[in-house]
Write a protein that binds this ligand. Structure first.
Ligand code: SF4
Length: 260
């Protein structure tokens, strides 16, 4: 039993509905692929590029990660080449990735260990991946999903936040979210939940100022019910006390319609 964690709702039909609505919202023109899918496409699905790209992506914007990974793999094509690389040269190539100096040292060490301990191939087991420098559960799960197509659940801040807002889980940490999602999310969604929720989190269910006014999931959303509507009620009183504020063309009170 997880501490401080209560399963919110494990009705599979509700999860099917949520995943279908998120797909509708993100599979539209203008929504960019997540960084790891851009890297996977650029580097022909190379799991080593996914591993290094995921390490570079830690606390770094997608556009910066994608460009830095492309520059690095243009020069060093595989673990053997990167293992022999000069640290200063690597840090110049990956700059301005956050902590580029530390990351340069670490990715060279990752490459060395892959050559020395795993015969030059990225390991496919979680326990082995976790022995590499700067590789935690999120990074290891990203390698499994984006690098090998092995079902796993990479939980970053978007997946953690959105799963809680939508009442799929009720957890405090990404680690708890991964455990709960593994319990309630049908495995057919494991390969795509990170991609879908990251794009949904970047475009609609943003950390600050979520665009609830254009979201198809308001009726399923605990955050919308408790936080957004809660604020409106405390500001305007209950609908029986006072009239709602004037409505926008989308049918939502102007104050609630964050998209405007
Ligand atoms: S209603 Fe708002 S908070 Fe809820 S999922 Fe949609 S955008 Fe996110």
């Amino acid at each position: 039993m997880l501490p401080n964690s209560v399963m919110a709702d494990d009705d599979p039909r509700r999860i099917d509905h949520i995943m279908a609505e998120v797909k509708k919202m993100v599979n539209v023109e203008g929504v960019r692929a997540v960084a790891l899918n851009q890297i996977r496409e650029a580097e022909d699905g190379d799991p080593f590029a996914i591993l290094i790209g995921t390490i570079l992506s830690q606390r770094t914007r997608d556009e910066v990660t994608v460009k830095a990974t492309a520059r690095l793999f243009n020069r060093y094509r595989n673990p053997a080449e990167l293992a022999r690389a000069d640290e200063k040269a690597v840090s110049v190539l990956i700059k301005p990735v956050t902590y580029y100096g530390t990351k340069a040292e670490s990715i060279i060490e990752v490459a060395r260990q892959i050559v020395d301990r795993f015969g030059g191939s990225v390991p496919t087991k979680m326990d082995d991946l976790l022995t590499l420098p700067l590789v935690g559960r999120k990074t290891a799960n990203c390698v499994l999903v984006y690098g090998f197509g092995i079902p796993a659940i990479p939980v970053d801040t978007h997946v953690h936040r959105i799963s809680n807002r939508l009442d799929i889980v009720n957890t405090r940490t990404p680690e708890q979210t991964e455990i709960e999602l593994a319990r309630v999310l049908p495995q057919r969604y494991w390969l795509e939940i990170n991609d879908l929720f990251v794009r949904f989190g970047q475009t609609t269910c943003r950390p600050v100022g979520p665009r609830c006014g254009v979201c198809l999931l308001r009726d399923d959303c605990r955050y919308y019910r408790e936080v957004v509507l809660g604020k409106e009620l405390s500001r305007h009183g209950s609908p029986t006390d006072k009239p709602w504020p004037s409505r926008t063309r989308s049918g939502w009170p102007r104050d609630i319609d964050r998209s405007r």
